[in-house]
Design a protein around this ligand. Structure first.
Ligand code: SF4
Ligand code: SF4
Length: 372
């Protein structure tokens, strides 16, 4: 389909929310709560984090007021969209005692439609990575597939990067070229507050028809692309991906793993905030009468010692082995399994690590150790 581009004034977020809700979507977006930008159902632009930015560094996160009224002036908070498609707690089925046997009631998949407003380009890349995990050809997660197929995605290209961002070097941002229904670029300055709107799907085009927006000139799109390239080049954190998987696998016994393990608390924060991590465990819950039982899937983490417990013992009994598993899976094993890196450079694991462990530094240190 053609890549149509329109321009809109500052009322666009409200108009989009109304149009999506009229079409039956539950609209989810960023909102400020408890000192952080989190995701929740939003009804109007007043629910968005207008005039706020985040101050992020390794092990540090604060909300701050901006000097302007930017609607999407933040980057990424601790939560990611995976919580809606791959929920932290999800009932798989329930069973009821029936005579001398039992009856299984499968979980009915959600039939509602979600619209994700404000998906950053790195987060869009993360959704596409999780698609390969939950929505691959061989194994399809029915809950994920049902919601993901129907989800309406409004991406917002980044105008600023947090110091923790490194999407520029991962090739996942700060601008999205496809994979969305609509992509917005917020333009602010000299009394100007408007949006560039790019159409990425028939669904997006249909929604926009009702808004009757004016087409934008080619120059506006070129200017947005140029700004995004400048922003990518200005990011101070980066990961050198060429030959990284080989370098990591060649250094499995390097002493640096033990050094990092001395700092790592195995708290699992990095995996909880990561938009691509997908480890889970299964738990059976029975009532006291024994008449009713439920099976739940819950988020788990490769940092939890029980996660690597198999018949006969724990495969990864030390923090060193668990940190090494996480990093090598993200940047090496994931490529073998899914044909892509498991990292999109969102920087969340850096910000939310209580020990301020920065994977860009860890990778550089391990890479510097390669002697081959
Ligand atoms: S790297 Fe940081 S966030 Fe991850 S488990 Fe270790 S201490 Fe927790
Ligand atoms: S590993 Fe860290 S930087 Fe990479 S996607 Fe996960 S949270 Fe983001």
């Amino acid at each position: 389909m053609s890549h149509d581009v329109f321009k809109a004034d500052s009322k666009l977020p409200d108009r989009l929310l109304v149009a999506l809700r009229e079409q039956g979507y539950t609209t989810i977006g960023p909102t400020a709560r408890d000192g952080a930008i989190v995701l929740d159902e939003i009804h109007a632009s007043a629910d968005l984090p207008v005039g706020l930015r985040e101050d992020q560094e390794a092990g540090h996160y604060r909300l701050q007021a901006r000097r302007d009224e930017a609607v999407f002036g933040h980057t990424v908070g601790p939560q990611s969209w995976k919580r809606y498609l791959f929920p932290p707690n999800h009932r798989l089925w329930a069973a009821k005692r029936s005579g001398g046997s039992f009856e299984i009631k499968p979980q009915h998949e959600a039939d509602h439609r979600l619209a994700f407003i404000g998906v950053r380009p790195c987060e869009l890349a993360a959704l596409e990575i999780q698609d390969r995990v939950f929505f691959g050809e061989e194994h399809v997660d029915p809950h994920y597939a049902a919601l993901r197929t129907r989800a309406f995605i409004v991406t917002v290209n980044c105008a600023e990067a947090a110091p923790t961002c490194f999407c520029g070097s991962m090739g996942t941002g700060p601008r999205a070229e496809d994979g969305y229904d609509l992509a917005l670029t917020e333009i602010l300055g000299r009394g100007r507050h408007e949006f560039l709107v790019e159409v990425g799907s028939e669904r997006g085009a249909t929604l926009l028809e009702a808004l009757e927006l004016k087409p934008a000139g080619k120059d506006a799109l070129e200017a947005a692309r140029k700004k995004a390239a400048e922003l990518a080049g200005s990011m101070t954190r980066r990961v050198e991906t060429d030959g990284l998987a080989e370098a990591l696998m060649a250094n499995l016994e390097h002493p640096h793993w033990a050094k990092t393990a001395e700092r790592c608390l195995a708290c699992a924060n990095c995996t909880m905030v990561c938009p691509t991590c997908f480890c889970s465990t299964v738990e059976d819950v029975a009532d006291l009468s024994g008449d009713h039982d439920e099976r739940w899937r819950r988020w788990d983490s490769c940092f939890n010692s029980q996660h690597s417990y198999v018949h006969g013992g724990n495969m990864r009994p030390t923090i060193r082995s668990r940190y090494r598993q996480w990093l090598t899976h993200k940047f090496a094993g994931w490529i073998d399994q899914f044909g892509t890196s498991g990292c999109v450079g969102c920087g969340r694991c850096i910000t939310w690590c209580p020990a301020a462990i920065d994977l860009t530094e860890e990778l550089a240190a391990l890479r510097g150790a390669v002697t081959t």
